[in-house]
Design a binder for this molecule. Structure first.
Ligand code: NOJ
Length: 573
């Protein structure tokens, strides 16, 4: 099972706006933008330090206009589901105008809504609807690359070699040896003979971040969405914006293949200019009221790679993806938790925990296969050809949810994980949309299996999603997994998540803070949090005794007369 990530640049007298017809400001709210605000360390009580954020993949959340693809009015129409779930915020994956060469991470206009998803008015209505339910909205910022249909890239192609327009991107007469993270070369040749760099799909040209137009344009983009009331940003590919001067070849062996994050340094990751850039972004956020936050998508292989980004005047928050490739093993989970928690404490930064997202196979499926395949995926695994024990994976995923929500700090929940959805492994090849499928020459099925439209109600596709045909096909056997079915079932995964979030909101020990490991058998994780909270998860094959004299707040499965069964988690008080 592969859960590795796909992550794997002249001054002008004038700085023309890429969309000159657009005003930078929301008509309703003209923000104050002091030229040189002072960077202050973030507030240790900032909401995002221990928030539970729900990831909405708009194309697959809910479809209000019946075209088979989700949209912003669809998200608005289902906000009560999220309010009842009890999350603090939602993060919206890109909904910007895009040819969808990479599911919207190929942005053609950073300051608009793709007509497929609605309008800016729909976005404003969504922010207002969420605020009315005490839910904040975070949007995705995609600064490493744009769409080949972005006006500036079109202008660059038209203007030809040596033009100022080309300097906003990375054009060269000869490519270097860099490989795309999606497979194949990272360079594509244009008809006049030059090559442009794209670390991802050829439809996603990389920006030249040493160009002032690019810097200024993204400042406008940040302000545009801040003026519209967003609570913060998720920063895509946050470690790769700057490339090492001279674009040296990657040393053979250091890249480790297109799907291997965090291997030895490559010349397009972790360049020092990034920290200065993020300090300048922090100043922009700090000029707005409320604690606006950023969470960076950085797949760090080693704590030392993450440390510089966690300072108070910089980004201060990055995703903690390290549990996702971790097999179901108490020791391996504990090692990750220890290292990440230590890093957060040493830096004062925030590293919210993640068990699933739109780039990684669903945890029910990860935990339901032979765990050696998680440690070392075979070519068959990359093609989705594997035996999955969904019942086992579901039990473990429920226990993992209790672990996730008991850990110190914030947590992200990927849409559908609250329903216990498995990966959809049986999507026909001709229906696949992820560019990784073709770019890896069909040796990796790609990420569509975790992006399937959500089942809301009913007993057959489209399960109340909207439309007749959904953009990715849904499995035929999801009737018991719909929101409606699970609402009615007190033992459902949905009701477990709801109960856990309700306890978390009210319990003084949960959220930010510390943990103390408790003595436990080798296959069991047990920690205490003050005041008066204990988590236990049994990763082993035998039941283990529960500590005497404690009340059970919540259990991920049935308990057996004072025993914690295998693959079960429990919250005690
Ligand atoms: C990370 C996103 O999560 C992923 O979906 C996307 O393909 C790449 N960045 C490229 O933008």
């Amino acid at each position: 099972m592969s859960v590795e990530h796909p992550e794997k640049s002249g001054e002008h007298a004038e700085r023309p706006d890429e969309h000159p017809e657009k005003s930078d400001e929301h008509p309703e709210k003209s923000g104050e933008h002091p030229e040189n605000p002072v960077a202050t360390p973030f507030d240790q009580d900032a909401w995002w330090r221990d928030a539970v954020v729900y990831q909405v993949y708009p194309r697959s959340f809910a479809d209000a206009n019946g075209d088979g693809q989700g949209d912003l009015p669809g998200v608005l129409s289902r906000l009560d589901h999220l309010a009842e779930l009890g999350v603090d915020a939602i993060w919206l994956n890109p909904f910007y105008p895009s040819p969808l060469a990479d599911g919207g991470y190929d942005v053609a206009d950073h300051r608009d809504v793709d007509p497929r998803y609605g309008t800016l008015a729909d976005f404003d209505a969504l922010v207002a609807g969420a605020a009315a339910r005490d839910i904040k909205v975070i949007v995705d910022i995609v600064p490493n690359h744009c769409s080949a249909e972005h006006p500036w890239f079109r202008q660059a192609l038209a203007a030809g070699p040596g033009s100022p327009e080309r300097e906003r991107f990375v054009f060269r007469d000869e490519p270097n040896n860099w490989q795309s993270i999606f497979g194949g070369p990272a360079w594509t040749r244009v008809p006049d003979g030059q090559w442009y760099l794209h670390l991802f799909d050829s439809g996603q040209p990389d920006w030249n971040w040493r160009h002032p137009d690019v810097v200024a344009m993204f400042e406008r983009v940040l302000r545009f969405w801040l003026d519209r009331g967003v609570a913060g940003f998720r920063i895509d590919v946050a470690a790769m914006l700057f490339k090492q001067d001279g674009l040296p070849d990657v040393t053979p062996g250091s890249q480790g293949g297109p799907l291997s994050p965090g291997n030895s340094p490559v010349p397009y990751e972790h360049q020092p200019e990034l920290l200065e850039l993020y300090r300048s972004w922090r100043k922009i956020l700090d000029a707005y009221p409320g604690d606006r936050g950023t969470v960076a998508e950085i797949w760090f292989g080693h704590a030392d790679q993450a440390r510089p980004y966690l300072t108070g005047d910089g980004l201060a928050q990055l995703f903690n993806f390290r549990l996702m490739p971790t097999p179901w093993s108490a020791g391996e989970f504990r090692a990750v938790i220890d290292e990440s928690h230590r890093l957060a404490r040493e830096t004062g930064g925030s590293i919210p925990w993640v068990l699933g997202n739109h780039d990684v196979p669903r945890m029910v499926t990860r935990f339901g296969v032979d765990q050696d395949l998680v440690r070392a995926p075979t070519p068959e695994v990359l093609l989705g050809r594997l035996d999955v024990d969904v019942a086992l994976g579901t039990r473990r995923a429920r226990a993992a949810a209790l672990l996730l929500l008991a850990l110190p700090g914030g947590a992200y929940i990927y849409q559908g994980d609250e329903l216990g959805l498995p990966e959809h492994l049986a999507i026909p090849d001709e229906a696949r949309q992820d560019p990784m499928f073709e770019r890896t020459l069909r040796t990796f099925i790609g990420r569509d299996g975790c992006r399937v439209p959500l089942p809301w109600s009913g007993t057959a596709p489209p399960y109340g999603f909207g439309g007749r045909e959904t953009w990715l096909p849904q499995p035929e056997d999801w009737a018991a997994l719909t929101v409606a079915a699970q609402r009615a079932d007190p033992g459902s995964t949905l009701n477990l998540y709801r109960a856990a979030l309700a306890v978390r909101r009210g319990h003084p020990a949960l959220g930010d803070g510390d943990l103390t490991w408790l003595d436990a058998p080798p296959d069991v994780l047990a920690f205490a949090r003050e005041p008066g909270f204990v988590l236990m998860v049994n990763f082993g094959a035998e039941p283990v005794p529960l500590p005497p004299g404690q009340d059970v707040l919540l259990a991920s499965g049935p308990l057996d007369a004072g025993l914690l069964p295998p693959d079960t988690g429990v919250w005690l008080s």
